[in-house]
Design a protein around this ligand. Sequence first.
Ligand code: NAD
Length: 489
Amino acid sequence: MLNLRRLLAKSRLGFQLQHTAAVAVKNEPILEFKPGSSERQALEKALNDLKQQTLEVPCVIGGEHAWTDEIRYQLCPFNHSHKVAKFCYADKDLINKAINAALSAHKEWDLKPVEDRAQIFFKAADLISGSRRAELLARTMIGQGKTVIQAEIDAAAELIDFFRFNAKYAVELQHQQPISESPSTNSTVYRSLEGFVAAVSPFNFTAIGGNLAGAPALMGNVVLWKPSDTAIAASHAVYKILLEAGLPPNVIQFVPTDGPLFGETITESEHLAGINFTGSVPTFRQLWKQVSEKLHKYRTFPRLSGECGGKNFHFVHKSADTVSVVNGTIRSAFEYGGQKCSACSRMYVPDSLWPEIKKNLLEEHKKIKVGNEIFGPIVAVYVYPENKYQEILQLIDTSTPYGLTGAVFAQDKNVVAEACKVLRYSAGNFYINDKSTGSVVAQQPFGGARISGTNDKPGGPHYILRWTSPQSVKETHVPLTTWRYPYME
Ligand code: NAD
C-alpha cells in the first residue's frame, strides 16, 4: 500500500523530504458480523476460547515479565464469577525500574527514522485488521462488557485508524519545514520529548489505551503504559500486537498498578516529560496538582494532555426532525450502557414537540435489551416553552463546567447558525442534526475543553505534535569573513 522509503532521503541535517506526496490511508471498514459471515465465525471461536478462561497478564518491564505479590483480577462485568484476567500491581521499585528501562531505550528509538517507526504502527494496524481482530474483540466484549458492534467500532476500527492515521501524519509532518534564505538552509527536526511519557488509560475504550501509549511512542518517545484494572485483558493484547509488529521491547513498558501509586511515583522522577491521560476529572486534576507541586524537580516542563468527562447535551428546536432526535438520543444515551464520555445526559425539548418525542422515546426505550450488566445511564429532559429557545441556548452554555460534546437538532438554518455562535465553547465536538457520540478518527478529531480536558484532539493531524519537541536547525554554507556590519565602513 505504501512505499514510505521513496518519500524520504537522507541529508546531512537528518531527514528531509524529496517529495510532498501525502500518504494514502482510509478509515477501516466496520464489519457487520452477519450470521454465517467469516468474521462472525472467527469471533465466535475467539469468544469460546476465552469462556471461563483466566488469562495471566504480567507486568512487562525491561522486556521481561514481572510478578509481585499484589495479585488482582479483572472480572467479567456481566458475570462476576468469571475472572477474565489475573494480573499484579507493580510496586514502587518496579515502576522505577520501568522508568530506567524506558530511559535506556530512548536515544536509539528517538533516532530511528520516522518511516521505520511508522511502519511498525502500520503493521500493528494490519494485524488488528486481520489475524488479531477476533481475539481483541473477544477480550473487549468479555472484559469490558461490549456488544459486538461496540467492540468493533472501538477495538478494531478506531484503534486501527489511530495507528494508521497517526503514522501517516507523523510521516507527513516531516514535510512541514521552514523556509531557507541563501546562503543558509533551515530545517526542523521533530525530536521526541526528553525523558519518558506516562500513558494512563481508562476502563471504557481499548482504542484509547492503545493510542495513549502508541502515539507518543510513534513520535520517538519511550512510554510507561498504566492500563486500567478493568481493561487489562484487551490492553495486554494491544501491547502484544505492538511487539509482534516490531516495537522494540523497551519502548513501551506495560505497568499495571495502583493508580495513585503510579501517579505519585512517576511525578517524583526528574525525567517525567509528559503525561498522556484519559479518565475522570478528579484524577487528571490530581496528576496536574502533583506535577505542579514538584515542578522544581523536572529537567523539562512536563507536557500534560488529558481527555476527561462531559455532560453532553442534545438541544432540540421546534424545527427539528423528531425521528432523528429520538433515534439519536437512544443511541447516544444508552449504547454501551451510557458508559461513553460522549453519551448524551441532558436534553432540551420544546413543549410543542415533547408529547411526540416522549411517546417515541419511551416506546423505543422499552425495546432496549438490558443484560445483567448495569451502569445506569440517565438522560435528564428539560422541556421549555418553544419561543424561549434563545434562553435555553444560554442555559446549555452556562449550566455545567464541561465542554465535551453536544448536538443541535434543527432544520431552521438561522437557528443552527445562532446555536453555533452561542454554544461555541460548550462542546469540543459539536453535532448538527446528529447524535453527540460516534466520532471517527480523522473525520471528527475528538476532545473538549473547559474541565473536559486539554482538547488535544486525538485522531486529528495535530495530536502527534504534542509528543514532539521540535528543533530548529540552521546550516550556513559560506564562511563568515568579518564580524563588522556594512554601516560601520
Ligand atoms: P479514572 O479517572 O477513574 O481512571 C483512569 C485511569 O487513571 C485508570 O487507569 C486509573 O487506574 C488511573 N488512576 C486513578 N487514580 C490515579 C492517580 N491518582 N494517579 C494516576 N492514575 C490514576 O477514570 P475511568 O473510570 O477509568 O474512566 C472513565 C472516565 O474517563 C469518565 O469520566 C469518562 O468520561 C472519561 N473518558 C473520557 C474520554 C475522552 O476522550 N474525553 C474517553 C473515555 C473516557
